[in-house]
Design a protein around this ligand. Structure first.
Ligand code: NAD
Length: 353
């Protein structure tokens, strides 16, 4: 593995831990980007990487993204992220989850984990047997917490509506053409909310059956995963993995707006300029996809302080996402700078960088 400080995504992270537990076979990377605003919080990704250096890159990029996301969402927490490097069969055992919980506990509250790609509520319960510093635990009716996916989807849905209003000048989603990449927890939730409003959906997933089932459920069309970025639409909504917006990906887009939940959608920051130059309105990923962390961080902070944890408070906070996007787009319109640069500058000011 190359030294991580020579990685392009190294950003003076406060702490990066590589954890190996021989007994369970766990190998994980925990990256703490910033604790300026509070404990570094961000989910754990369970993934198989052909090259472990890619796992390190993800941990560095995703943890910085969490610092920006949490700051822009007005949360009293910093940014961190963990990656568990799974084998080809994506084997994940109870023993590995326990060993991971021990590693989180050893950080003594500097890092708070939650779900990300490949993780479930049941995984968080297993981790919780070893540490208090975990959120996204099953919640009682009416309480914050649980799977962050539906709350992330709720924020993206509000954000897409705001983007359509800003760019296309319409408040109605009826007939608005959405091309949606990734039909998992987040993408599926976004698709269902948009379908209720009468949006016209085209969906894709590397799991073809999942995409076909979603299209059938919602009355949309499924296309092959390698086709979705070229579909003619009003909104392209990336809800799978990151770094899809590179030269080639942007050149293929045939849309007015890019707004979706995937983390780190821009392969490099200058790709935001490329979107801007093409006249495509971009909703900075870490601003639009903050719904899940708004929910689970509230759960964690309420649990820590022993205060009530009303889900309606979470809904209110998620409903502020369009306002933040609006501020970014207005400044972008006024300054001529791409929206990702405007958002980054706002976030950096908040975390003191
Ligand atoms: P998930 O595992 O439930 O779903 C991801 C889906 O994307 C899967 O169905 C997978 O088959 C599909 N996929 C993977 N690669 C693809 C490709 N190249 N083309 C099409 N489909 C592909 O994960 P999720 O929780 O829905 O997360 C999706 C994205 O949103 C991730 O980037 C994640 O980091 C981000 N995110 C998630 C949350 C959350 O609350 N879960 C919060 C913020 C950001």
């Amino acid at each position: 593995m190359p030294a991580f400080w020579s990685e392009p995504d190294w950003d003076e992270h406060e702490r990066v831990e590589v954890v190996h537990d021989r007994a369970s076979g766990l190998t994980a990377i925990i990256a703490l980007h910033s604790t300026h605003l509070g404990p570094a919080a961000g989910g754990t990704r369970f993934w198989h990487y052909e090259d472990p250096a890619k796992g390190m890159r993800d941990a560095l990029r995703l943890s910085r993204g969490m610092s920006y996301k949490n700051a822009m969402a007005g949360l009293p927490i910093g940014g961190g992220k963990a990656v568990v490097l799974l084998d080809k069969d994506r084997t994940k055992t109870e023993a590995m989850l326990h060993a991971f919980g021990d590693a989180v506990e050893a950080l003594d509250g500097r890092y708070v984990t939650a779900e990300d790609v490949g993780a479930t509520e049941a995984d968080m319960v297993a981790i919780h047997t070893r540490t208090e510093h975990v959120c996204g635990l099953p919640a009682d009716e009416g309480d914050a917490g649980g799977d962050p996916g539906p709350f992330t989807a709720m924020g993206i849905y509000h954000g897409i509506k705001a983007a359509v209003a800003h760019k296309l000048g319409t408040e109605s989603m009826k007939g608005v053409r959405i091309a949606l990449q990734g039909c998992g927890s987040v993408g599926g939730g976004v698709a269902r909310l948009l379908a209720k409003d009468g949006a016209q959906l085209t969906v894709a997933d590397i799991d073809d059956k999942r995409a076909a089932a979603m299209a059938q459920e919602l009355g949309g069309t499924a296309v092959a995963a390698d086709q979705i970025m070229g579909v003619a639409c009003d909104v392209f909504s990336p809800n799978a993995l990151g770094a899809i917006l590179d030269e080639e990906g942007i050149a293929r887009l045939d849309c007015a707006v890019v707004a979706g939940g995937a983390n780190n959608q821009l392969a490099r920051p200058h790709h935001g300029q490329q979107l801007h130059d093409r006249g495509i309105l971009y909703a900075p990923d870490y601003v639009i996809n903050a719904g899940g962390i708004i929910n689970v961080s509230y759960e964690y902070l309420c649990r820590r302080e022993g205060t009530p944890c009303d889900i309606n408070e979470v809904r209110k906070r998620i409903a502020r996402i369009p306002g933040r996007l609006g501020e970014i787009w207005s400044e972008s319109d006024a300054s001529g700078k791409p929206s990702n640069e405007v958002a980054d500058a706002m976030a950096q000011a908040l975390i003191g960088r």
